[in-house]
Design a protein around this ligand. Structure first.
Ligand code: NAI
Length: 293
């Protein structure tokens, strides 16, 4: 694939913002689009602010900052994405929403454009099946926060063209991340293996074995995880994680070891999503976190 591309990021939330930042810093032109009015513009401001921190810390000079800033655009309509080479969606984790989006994108982009999904847990082949050219569709699964988590899963669905997998691997590598190619299996690699952390953490809580912060502490310090399950759920957002848990459980034919915890639905209903709502398993004020009573 060529050096510098026009990349579109659709969905300007937690993940979309990080993906915009990553590829703009890697020298690509990035167009950000969101169906919620004003969200793309806010995301661009946020990303520019994050990149600006590099200037304050002396990691980036002012000219370079201006050059990167000039590469980031908020798209007003989907039509603005027409000449993008790689389009990466990071919208809500909902199969029908992603299928509808890809169908709309196919109507505006060139036949050669690559369509990638940042889905955490949906079957990429089912997203691709909505497209006239499923061979151009793959998964491209980043982790939060995208600029710091230097690995991404490239998911090859049954009909994904090998050249598309190679192009996405190169794109990821060119941005300084490592790519792991995974099969289109439930949860791919991370969200399959990661069930052990989340599901068992939630089971321990259900069984009243210990408190949220004690479970996090022991898994972080003794088991060597960078974050405990509840810290990670708060970072990801329980709204997103609950969908991932249900999706993986269903894809594994309701295998009991993947059964989502009954502790989750009431907390989702109450809006206790985590950092993004100021309260999840912990309470947040700015960067400060309080242990629940
Ligand atoms: P989010 O809720 O922060 O952002 C989603 C954005 O998509 C919102 O700005 C919303 O307005 C927009 N949106 C929704 N439907 C749209 C549509 N049809 N067209 C255009 N924009 C639309 O969600 P988040 O956390 O960024 O997750 C996005 C995707 O990334 C999901 O598929 C999720 O499973 C996946 N993911 C999330 C991770 C996380 O840690 N939060 C990690 C890895 C993947």
């Amino acid at each position: 694939m060529t050096d510098k591309l026009k990349i579109a990021v659709i969905g300007a939330g937690t993940m979309g913002r990080g993906i915009v930042q990553l590829f703009a810093q890697a020298g690509h032109r990035v167009h950000c689009f969101d169906s919620f009015e004003g969200a793309a513009g806010k995301a661009v401001e946020f990303v520019v602010g994050m990149i600006g921190r590099g200037v304050e810390k002396g990691r980036l000079d002012a000219d370079e900052f201006e050059r990167i800033r000039g590469q980031i655009h908020a798209a007003e309509t989907m039509q603005d994405l027409a000449d993008c080479n790689v389009l990466i969606e990071a919208i809500v984790e909902d199969l029908e929403a992603k299928r509808a989006l890809f169908r709309s994108l196919e109507a505006v982009v060139s036949p050669e454009a690559i369509l990638a999904s940042n889905t955490s847990s949906l079957v990429v082949a089912e997203i691709a099946a909505a497209c006239a050219h499923p061979q151009r569709v793959a998964g491209l699964h980043f982790f939060n926060p995208v600029p710091l988590m230097k690995v991404a899963e490239v998911i090859a669905a049954v009909r994904t063209a090998p050249a598309v997998v190679t192009a996405l691997r190169d794109l990821v590598a060119g941005a300084g991340h490592r790519a792991v190619v995974a099969a289109d299996q439930p949860g791919f690699l991370v969200n399959h293996a990661g069930r052990g952390l989340y599901t068992e953490g939630l089971r321990l809580l259900e069984e009243q074995s210990a408190s949220v912060d004690q479970i996090d502490l022991v898994l972080r310090e003794a088991a060597g995880f960078r974050m405990g399950p509840f810290e990670l759920l708060d970072l990801t957002g329980l709204d997103v994680s609950s969908k991932v848990m249900s999706s993986i459980y269903e894809q594994f034919q309701q295998e009991p070891r993947f059964r989502p915890s009954s502790l989750v639905p009431p907390r989702v209903a109450a809006g206790l999503f985590g950092r993004k709502t100021g309260q999840g398993w912990y309470a947040y004020e700015g960067d400060a976190r309080q242990v629940p009573p």
